[in-house]
Design a protein around this ligand. Structure first.
Ligand SMILES: [Zn+2]
Ligand SMILES: [Zn+2]
Length: 269
């Protein structure tokens, strides 16, 4: 995981991390950490290790205290070869994948890595979920936002079952965003078979409305412990969905490079 920094003026975070242009499943070289039977094969889990040069810059002052450099990323791969078939999976297969995700989240939450869980999948990609567990953005004690959202969907609701509501959120992060939220307050690790079925079948209905596979599906849960699904037109990664800017070069590395080019020797000053 990269190093996080908080901008004290805008209160937005940046992460210094490797660019994620290449397919994380195809470029993965590590051994799988766990596997689960799926469709005559296995869903395999791989940790994603980011290589950033950590800076010597010490983060201090009140604004930087929450700028924690920790977090965890793994990919949950259900497709042995590149090319996502998610749209062809049955409701039962979709449920099974969500069950595997539940197990992974329950395992990860044991380690207190962070309360922000964001699991994304681009349907134009390889066929894997990219799971991020982060301590930021920092979550303070508060009322549950998801409980509030489902109560106030009004004229933005597009579908509802006994247990889930599908709606266009009040503040979308992309042009076409549909959220699917359990009506009752429930964590991803406590989800019951009825909600799981309603989630999977509602997701299938929503995905059928998109003309192509340039769609991102995300499972999100924050510190308030109420999970929801997001469907976005286009490709978005977990950092983008959490409002974190990705920077690929450490500021101190860039400054060093520029000093050398400009012939500026700081020690002389
Ligand atoms: Zn791939
Ligand atoms: Zn809630």
């Amino acid at each position: 995981m990269g190093e996080f920094r908080l901008n004290p003026e805008t209160l937005s975070f940046s992460v210094i991390a490797k660019d994620s242009v290449e397919c994380k499943a195809c470029s993965n070289k590590s051994e799988s950490m766990a596997s689960f039977p799926f469709k005559k094969d296995y869903v395999r889990i791989y940790e994603v290790k980011d290589t950033v040069q950590p800076s010597n810059y010490s983060l201090n002052g009140q604004f930087f205290k929450s700028s924690v450099g920790h977090g965890y990323e793994e990919i949950i791969v259900d497709s042995p070869a590149h090319g996502d078939k998610f749209n062809e999976y049955s409701i039962e297969e979709t449920e099974l994948l969500f069950n595997i995700i539940d197990k992974r989240v329950a395992e990860i939450l044991k380690y207190n890595i962070g309360k922000n869980i964001c699991i994304t999948r681009n349907l134009n990609g390889h066929g894997y979920f990219d799971l991020l567990a982060l301590p930021i953005p920092k979550v303070e004690e508060r009322n549950c936002f998801q409980c509030d959202y489902v109560k106030r969907v009004d004229n933005r609701e597009v579908h509802r079952t006994e247990t889930v509501s599908a709606y266009v959120p009040f503040t979308p992060m992309s042009d076409v965003q549909i959220n699917i939220t359990p009506v009752k307050h429930v964590s991803i690790v406590d989800i019951d078979p009825v909600i799981l079925f309603d989630m999977s079948s509602t997701l299938k209905k929503v995905l059928a409305q998109f003309k192509d596979n340039n769609v991102t599906v995300a499972l999100m849960e924050h510190g308030d412990g109420h999970f929801h699904l997001e469907v976005h037109g286009g490709k978005l990664d977990g950092f983008e969905l959490l409002g974190i800017e990705r920077i690929t070069v450490a500021p101190e590395m860039l400054a060093k490079e520029l000093r050398e080019k400009l012939g500026y020797d700081k020690k002389d000053k």
